[in-house]
Design a protein around this ligand. Sequence first.
Ligand SMILES: [Zn+2]
Length: 412
Amino acid sequence: MRRLTAFLLTLLMLLSLAACGGQTSDPPAEDPDAPDTGAGEPVEVLPPEPEPYDILDPTVMPEGGVRDGVTYVAYDGIVEHLFFHPVIAYPELAFDGDAQANGLDDYMVTVDEYNKILQSVYDKGYVLVDIGDVWSETTGEDGQPKMVKNTLYLPEGKKPLILSYDDTNYYDYMLQNGFAYKLIIGEDGKIASWGKDPQGNEVVSRDLDAIPILDKFVEEHPDFSPFGAKGCLSLTGYQGILGYRTQTDTKSWSEAQEANRQKEIEAVKPIVAELKRTGWTFGSHTWGHIRLGSKSMESIQADTARWFDEVGSLVGPTTILFYPHGERPDGNDWQNTGPVFQYLQSQGFRVFASVGIESFSYIKKDICAVICDRLHPDGTTLRHSRDRYLQFYDAKDIMDVTVRPQREIDWA
Ligand SMILES: [Zn+2]
């Protein structure tokens, strides 16, 4: 608003200069909708407002040299990116032979497997970096905005790792299948999970969900997160966020439902604040977990607006979009920049993350955006991609064969 006021003042000055030059005889018409410019008052010089999508915080990453006995050196190599879903706290509920068991086997890891994976990537010299620090937006030589990859300054000998967590909404189907029900703030003031064990007892814990488990791991191994980064939480909106049912329902809506929704919104706010304070960031996974390669433009626009309305309003602005199902907008976001990609970019997204088997990232030349793939530790890759993941861990040491369904394993 202030910036607009300054702009209008400048415009008025330019217009009056033009009038003085005799080019126009009519005074500029009065615009009844124009804001009060405070004409006649001294022009206030204001510092520039922060860019709403400025994701690079230069204070988090020292630029080389020695600090506290640690030598930081420039790193311009590959930045690995692994993603998880919520982790399975109670395998006996997840792998009980019901209709979801094989899907959970394909896409999830158990708490025990997750603990071993964190330990292994730590042992192999990875350190956590925030996805928002890896690339930043700048102005190219042609005056157009573009993304650039930042030089990272890492503790000597360390390798950067981004973590992201999809669908940390704690959907209804997860609650019956051995996952946490929601994130809460425990009595110690720290993020914990709340849920029920197989006997139906309420359980508050920091050992049964991926988010507090990582918090705890970093407390015990602070050098795993030299800049305070944790992971980026990829949220849909159709069943609320983080276990709180903050969504609207277009089919039926009553005052009681709305009152409950408002209660959930108030309840999740301190959780979001504490996550942010402790290094977690947020990205969009679309409101409805929609397929960006095949949905109509109209429905994608409506979905995006709804995400900002119901999720962005709670977690704040983000530049990160995680494709549901890994499905690329317009069918191809790499060689082409189609209308859906252009639309999503126009909504502020700059980092577009899919799923793949390569450590792939690509800065687009024709639009200010970067696309990147993520590797996926889960049952599928534990069973079938042991070699590909050896740089992070050995599936033989990780996979809990005894609790998972008896299905094919390549390395067994
Ligand atoms: Zn998903």
